[in-house]
Structure formats: C-alpha cells, structure tokens
Design a protein. Structure first.
Length: 461
C-alpha cells in the first residue's frame, strides 16, 4: 500500500510520500537509542511540563488537525475535533498523574523482615525505544494513548502509522518537537508494513505495541516472541450490546445508534451485535432501525454529517461482501444494505436481522455501519450469543436489575462491561481485550506500567 493521502470522500490522491530509506531509518534508530540514555533520567516534573505544552499546542491546532484527519480517513469533522480534544485531555491526565502511578512501592514490613532485608522497594523503570504500529481509524487518539504514558514513563517512541494517514503521522512528530521534547523522543517512521519486521528485530527496539487487524497482530507477536520482546496488542472486536426487559428502551436504542455508527462504524470497540430479549425485541428493533435511518450520510467536512465515507475502497468492498453473504443466507435487511451511487467510499447505516452462525457476519468483524440483530429468550441465551465470537474486546449491557448486572460482569468474555452506557476509552480506566482481541492493557496505571522494567530493589541489613 503506498504511503499517501487519498480523500475517501472522492477517491482523489492528494499527496504521496516516498518511504524512508535504510540510511534515514538507521539514523532515526540511532537517535532513539541515544536520546533514551539521557531522557530516561529526566524528572517527572520536566516531562510533565513538556507534555502539558504539547497538549496546549494540540488545543491550538485542533481545527487544523481535525481537517487533516477528515481529509485522510473520512472522519466526520465534529468527531475529528472531539478526538483532538480527547487527546489533549489524556496528555494532561498523564502529565499530572504519572509520578504517582510510577511511585516506588514498598512491600509489607513483615514480608521485608522475612526476606532478611532492611528495606525492599519495587521501582518502575523505562524500557527504552518502543515501536508503535498504529491504525488509521482514530489516527490521533490511538497514538496519544500510547505516547502520553510511554513518554511520561521515560521511554521514547517510534511510530509506524497506517500508510493512509501520513500527514497525521508527521504532525504528531512535529507536535512533540514543538513542545520541546528532546530530539529523538518521538519519531515517525514513514515505512511500509513490510519494513516493520526488521525494525522490531533491531536490538535497539525494546518493545512494541500494535492496534490493528488480527493478521497484523499475529505477525508482530510472532516476531516479538522470537526476539523475546514485550508486546501489547489491541486487535479486532465484535462487541455485544445486550438489551434486557428492564432497560430504558428509548435510551438504549438512541445510544445503540451512536455505538454502532460513531466514526462511520470503523471502531474496534463499536457495538456490532445487538442481542435483545424476546420480550422487548420488536420494540427495540423498531426504535433502533428508525434511528439508523435518520442518520445523515454525506460529506465529512459538513458539520451536519453523521456518517462519512469508509476510509478505503477495500474496506467498503469487505463490508459489502459480509452483507451480501448474510443476505444470500437468509438474513433480513431492515435498512440500508446497498452502496449509493456516486463518488466516494460511502456505505449506508445498515441493520440485519435473522442472523445465523453460518453467516460470515456472525463470526467476522464488520468494520463499518452495519449492525446485526439477535433475539434471546433469556439471560442465559443472551450470554451464550454474546460469547459466541472469537473476539472479546468490550461489551454493553442494558438492564436495571442488579442481579443481572452481576451475572453479565461475571460471565461476559470481554475486557470491559459497560452497563447502561456506550463503551468508550478514558485515560483513567484500563483498556484492552481477551481472546483474539489481543492482550495487555492501555491507559490508566495498568497502561503506563506495561512498558516498564518492574524492578525489585532489595537492601540487606
């Protein structure tokens, strides 16, 4: 895939970039290693000052970088501005809290005495240069939720961004440079996917994080395993959205529309499978379909647009194949289901009912504004349907019954359970999945410690 900005609203190639050559890549790896040697000893106060400055600059740049994101991957402009604001918030969150999150820990005194020590501390030390392989769907947020904790922990970052968002990738390097971070603290590598393996094998790169597809995750995990390097993977998701009889149906249906179509449905944590108790299935389906039909699809630069184009022609073709396969196998199309005429990679908000296990859309991730509806006769069946997927990123449950909440929290196979609300990522809460959705956690204290050398410091009497 060429490194290029291609406007998904009309298919026009606006700018192309040559991949970095071996000499430039080597220079950047050397710089990352050299910078880490000194940056790792900087104080939390100095790092916080720089991170807050970067957040201030991002706020100033919000409208400009939002237009870049919308041009590169089609995100509706209001959502693009919100993404930039969220990134600045996360940067300030880590600037304020990193020192406390990484403070030395002291085991209980009886255990210290039992070990024969006079003092024992657990210290969090940075690992070194970390490679981040990031996707296009949230081109700022996916990077910042790695970069903010990694830099505050004393690591340095190497970004291999998706090839269709090069301007956003270069902006991120420039943002940290303008904020005053030492040269080499955060660098963008304009390289193709084929070059990732060699970078990850380089001894100067100490760890990697990837958000992306399952095949990409497998490739990175395989190489990292061979090289014995730490990885964090956040892969696909096919999140269940369970609605029980006690739910506020109006609110559940309203949030369901946003949960399925935010970012034009191109989100790993989007609700994709809507599992509704038989007692309220018909009422929910009617409200949900009406809400999906009411969405405005169109020019992503228009302030009134709810759903923009998909980010790539291939992505739309993949989505069409899933819908067509389901239709041929007997699924009912309640709305949408056909690409519109005209330029751009648009696909309408779509709801499919009558889903069976034989349909591809049941077991594969639909990365676009396509929802599947399931009917469940009771809580047990709802849990079975929810867990009948290779993915386990997040989940949504709508119920006012506390016993049901506890049952879902116990039995849903997912990294998060959101009750009476939409799954979202927030810097204060750990984020990640199980099964084929990956491993490790981003955000919160759990996320900042993923790329630390957790060191025991034992002192004798």
């Amino acid at each position: 895939m060429p490194i290029a900005t291609v406007n998904p609203a009309n298919g026009e190639t606006l700018k192309t970039y040559e991949p970095m050559g071996e000499e430039e890549l080597e220079r950047r790896l050397q710089l990352a290693e050299a910078t880490f040697r000194t940056y790792r000893t900087s104080s939390f106060g100095d790092r916080a000052r720089l991170m807050n400055k970067a957040a201030d600059l991002l706020d100033e740049d919000q409208r400009e970088i939002a237009r870049v994101m919308t041009t590169e991957m089609g995100k509706p402009i209001r959502q693009a501005r919100a993404e930039a604001a969220k990134c600045a918030k996360a940067m300030r969150w880590y600037a304020e809290r990193a020192e406390g999150l990484l403070a030395d820990e002291e085991p209980a005194e009886p255990d210290v005495r039992d070990s024969g020590a006079s003092r024992v501390r657990v210290r969090y030390r940075p690992l070194g240069p970390v490679l981040a392989v990031m996707p296009w769907n949230f081109p700022l947020w996916q990077v910042i939720r790695f970069a903010a904790p990694a830099l505050m922990a004393g690591n340095v970052g190497l970004l291999k961004h998706a090839s269709n968002v090069p301007q956003t990738a270069l902006y991120l390097e420039d943002l940290f440079h303008r904020a005053g971070f030492p040269e080499g603290c955060f660098q963008t590598l304009l390289i193709g996917s084929a070059a990732v393996d060699d970078v990850l094998r380089d001894e100067r790169v100490k760890a990697a994080t990837l958000t992306g597809s399952e095949p990409a995750g497998r490739a990175v995990a395989a190489t990292a395993g061979e090289m014995i390097k730490k990885t964090v993977l956040e892969l696909g998701g096919s999140d269940p959205y369970v609605v029980m009889p006690s739910a506020d149906l109006d609110r559940a249906a309203e949030v369901a529309v946003t949960a399925r179509t935010q970012n034009t449905g191109q989100s790993c944590i989007a609700a994709k499978r809507f599992i509704v108790h038989s007692d309220v299935y018909d009422a929910f389906a009617e409200k949900f379909v009406a809400g999906m039909r009411a969405l405005r699809t169109g020019d992503p630069t228009d302030e009134e647009t709810d759903v923009g184009p998909l980010a790539s022609e291939r992505g739309r073709a993949d989505l069409e194949e899933l819908v067509d396969d389901a239709r041929r196998a007997g699924a009912e199309v309640l709305c949408g289901g056909r690409r519109p005429d005209g330029p751009g990679w648009y696909y309408p908000p779509t709801v499919l009912a009558g889903i069976t296990r034989e349909m591809r859309v049941h077991r594969e991730e639909a990365f676009g504004p396509v929802a599947t509806l399931y009917r469940a006769d009771d809580l047990d069946e709802a849990v079975l349907i929810a867990n009948d997927t290779p993915f386990g990123l997040s989940s949504n449950v709508w119920t006012r019954d506390d016993a049901e909440v506890e049952r879902f929290a116990r039995d849903l196979e997912a990294g998060s359970v959101y009750v009476n609300g939409m799954t979202a990522s927030h810097p204060a809460f750990p984020f990640g999945g199980v099964k084929r959705s990956g491993y490790g956690r981003e955000l919160s204290g759990h996320g900042i410690r993923e790329f630390c050398n957790i060191t025991t410091v034992w002192q004798g009497a």
